[in-house]
Design a protein around this ligand. Structure first.
Ligand SMILES: Nc1ncnc2c1ncn2[C@@H]1O[C@H](COP(=O)(O)OP(=O)(O)OP(=O)(O)O)[C@@H](O)[C@H]1O
Ligand SMILES: [Mg+2]
Length: 122
């Protein structure tokens, strides 16, 4: 199994969740975060003075899936999250040893895959 950790713009959440849904990923964790990338933040005028804002709000998306689909999900997610402007975010991929569905005690890739599409409710 693999985990995608993606940092995205708030306004791209629905499109990114739609990709996960389309690919049969069984769940997602979304966290409000702050960060900066290569530009190290930005400068804003406040009462005439330049103020440096180093951290900008973003969403962190965590999703665990079968290893076989991760490349497809990454490519689709990059398209879904892209505006073309600096600050569009990053996608990181890492290995996951195991997953357990707590209710049933079952282990492994079956626990992170949905057989049928189940819309997120937005
Ligand atoms: N190397 C990194 N490690 C952890 N988080 C990162 C890293 N790079 C970017 N991020 C996160 O992603 C967010 C968006 O990054 P951003 O898109 O600005 O990356 P970038 O490399 O500067 O690309 P761009 O030049 O397109 O802006 C940051 O606010 C930060 O939360
Ligand atoms: Mg940047």
């Amino acid at each position: 199994m693999k985990m995608i950790v993606a940092i995205i713009r708030h306004e791209r959440l629905q499109e990114v969740q739609d990709v996960l849904d389309e690919c049969g990923v069984s769940g997602v964790t979304v966290t409000e975060v702050k960060g900066c990338g290569a530009q190290r933040g930005y400068t804003e005028k406040y009462r005439g003075a330049a103020v440096h804002i180093s951290l900008r709000p973003r969403l962190k998306i965590e999703a665990v899936m079968r290893a076989e689909i991760v490349n497809t999900v990454v490519d689709k997610m990059a398209v879904a999250a892209r505006t073309g402007e600096v600050g569009d975010g990053k996608i990181f991929v890492m290995g996951v040893e195991d997953a357990v569905r707590i209710r049933t005690g079952e282990h492994g890739p079956e626990t992170v895959q949905h057989a049928e599409r189940a819309m997120w409710g937005h």
